[in-house]
Each structure stands twice: as C-alpha cells, then as structure tokens.
Design a protein around this ligand. Structure first.
Ligand SMILES: Cc1cc2nc3c(=O)[nH]c(=O)nc-3n(C[C@H](O)[C@H](O)[C@H](O)COP(=O)(O)O)c2cc1C
Length: 148
C-alpha cells in the first residue's frame, strides 16, 4: 500500500507562521504510516502528489499572501484535480486573521477538497501552549488520513 503523504506548505514574513508550520509538521510526524513534507514553495503540479494539503500563511491587509493566491489561481487555470483530498489551513495573525479562512474556502468550493474546519489561528508568536495546539492540529490531520 502507498504511504499517505501530507504537504505542509507555508509562507511567513516575520517567522511566526514558520514556527506554527514546524509544529504542525512535527505533530503530523508523530503518526505512524504517514510521510510529511514541510515546504516553503510549491508548484500547482506538485499538489496532486499529496493526500493532504495543509497551507499556512499570515494575514496581511485582511488578505491571503500573494504566493498562495497565485498557486491556487494557477492550479485552477490548469485544472489540477484535488477533489476529495484533505485540505487544512493555519496562520499567525494580529487582529482579524482572514487568510486561513479564505484559503479554506477556495479548497472547499473551487477544488472540492475535504476541508478540516475551523482553520488554526494563532495570535502573533506562538507560545508553548499554542505550539502544543499546533502539534495537535498536525496530528489530527495525519490521523484522519490514516483512518480514511
Ligand atoms: C503591514 C501589516 C499588516 C497587517 N495586517 C493584518 C491584518 O489585516 N489582519 C491581521 O489579523 N493581522 C495583520 N497583521 C499582523 C500579522 O498577521 C502578524 O504580525 C503575524 O504574526 C505575521 O506573521 P508572520 O511572522 O508569519 O509573517 C499585519 C501586520 C503588518 C506588519
């Protein structure tokens, strides 16, 4: 049987979302029988190689990051099929935190992915309690994959 694969893709300008991404990947890796790849960049063509796509980005100016927007726009134009794959989102934020919600909406409505709701939102820099939450989030996604 093929080993299920999780992509944890993130963008971070000042390092907060990076810390979250590392903890999410760490949590996912505690589940036996899954492969976890932590990446800063991805192409649309890469996405179908994974069974779960977990995207992290901070919220700047009430929006998702340009790189992530571009990735999903290109994937849509190229008709990349992600239907039925697990989708999840997370990110650091300051006061409104729209970005992870926006990416989840795209995953769900455009790509018909099986999304994990709600997204994981961490205010500014994650402390130890927040990092624990991030690890749990990653673990939960990996367990979902192993069970399915
Ligand atoms: C110019 C600027 C605009 C921002 N806009 C928002 C915003 O619209 N909503 C929000 O929740 N946080 C906003 N933030 C806060 C960032 O999301 C927060 O600093 C976050 O921790 C950055 O994550 P990163 O270290 O992964 O880049 C803004 C921060 C800056 C510097």
């Amino acid at each position: 049987m093929l080993v299920p694969k999780i992509l944890v893709l993130y963008y971070s300008r000042t390092g907060n979302t990076e810390k979250i991404a590392e903890a999410v990947a760490q949590g996912a890796k505690t589940v036996k029988g899954v492969e976890v790849e932590l990446a800063y960049q991805a192409t649309p063509e890469m996405l179908p190689n994974f069974d779960a796509v977990v995207v992290g980005m901070p919220t700047y100016h009430h929006d998702m990051t340009l790189d992530v927007k571009r990735l999903f726009e290109e994937a849509a134009v190229k008709n990349i099929n992600l239907k039925g794959k697990i989708g999840a989102a997370f990110g650091s934020y300051g006061w409104s935190g729209e970005a992870p919600k926006l990416v989840l909406e795209i995953m769900k409505n455009r790509f018909e992915m099986n999304v994990v709701e709600p997204p994981l939102l961490i205010k500014y820099t994650p402390d130890q309690t927040a990092l624990e939450k991030c690890r749990d989030f990653g673990k939960k996604i990996a367990e979902k994959l192993v069970q399915s």
